[in-house]
Write a protein that binds this ligand. Structure first.
Ligand code: COA
Length: 185
């Protein structure tokens, strides 16, 4: 049985609430994904119109309803500002899932993504019958590699020509965190 929940799982850290993204957040989603420094390492061109943000939100919502993934919005507890997203892109019940994350640049380098990554790792291992969390990262994306390593993800190797985007086949690092190595469950 697929253990992804029917009710959206709201998560809390010291400074953040991770919650569903709703139509109220569409301007924030557009602001984030129209910024080339956010999409630079994604298989995604920067958004040039608001409809793209609505399409992305519909995609996240549909995947949650069909129990294929979960995408949380990351909100600051102090004023409920939307600062980014994090989530499960693909899910193999019993075995593993693959995650992704992004933040609006104003909020980079303040430890927010490390905080969000730690709480979703805890949630995934404790609630979703997953033994391994994977993330693929372009080697030049040093901030992303660092966040993963700080949370205990291990760089397992280089996936050569793993994905075609930005007009070429991209090598990517495979990072993974195993349940037995995550000592907070
Ligand atoms: C990757 C990203 C999510 C990091 O979020 P963040 O909240 O800034 O991360 P944190 O503050 O928790 O940690 C960042 C760490 O990376 C380090 N770092 C940031 N940029 C770096 C760089 N260019 N080179 C080396 N280290 C870097 C920081 O110093 C910090 O490490 P420290 O705590 O040891 O000092 C954010 O930069 C982002 O949204 N980037 C664009 C989207 C993206 O690339 N997503 C990931 C796709 S796999």
């Amino acid at each position: 049985m697929n253990p992804l929940p029917t009710e959206f799982p709201v998560l809390h850290t010291g400074r953040l609430t991770l919650n569903a993204i709703t139509p109220v957040n569409l301007p924030d989603l557009y602001r984030e994904f129209s910024n080339p420094s956010v999409t630079r390492y994604y298989n995604l061109l920067p958004f040039t119109n608001q409809e793209k943000a609505a399409e992305l939100l519909s995609y996240f919502t549909k995947r949650f309803e069909e129990k294929e993934g979960i995408r949380w919005g990351i909100f600051l507890k102090k004023d409920n500002s939307f600062i980014g997203t994090i989530g499960i892109n693909s899910f193999n019940p019993g075995d593993r899932c693959n995650i992704g994350f992004d933040l609006l640049p104003n909020y980079w380098n303040k430890g927010y993504m490390s905080e969000a990554l730690e709480i979703i790792s805890l949630y995934i291992f404790a609630s979703l019958e997953v033994n391994r969390i994977e993330a693929e990262v372009i080697p030049e994306n040093e901030g992303s590699c660092r966040v993963l390593e700080k949370t205990g993800f291990v760089k397992e190797g280089l996936l050569r020509d793993w994905m075609y985007f930005n007009e070429k086949y991209q090598d990517m690092y495979m990072y993974a965190l195993l349940k037995r190595d995550f000592n907070k469950v």
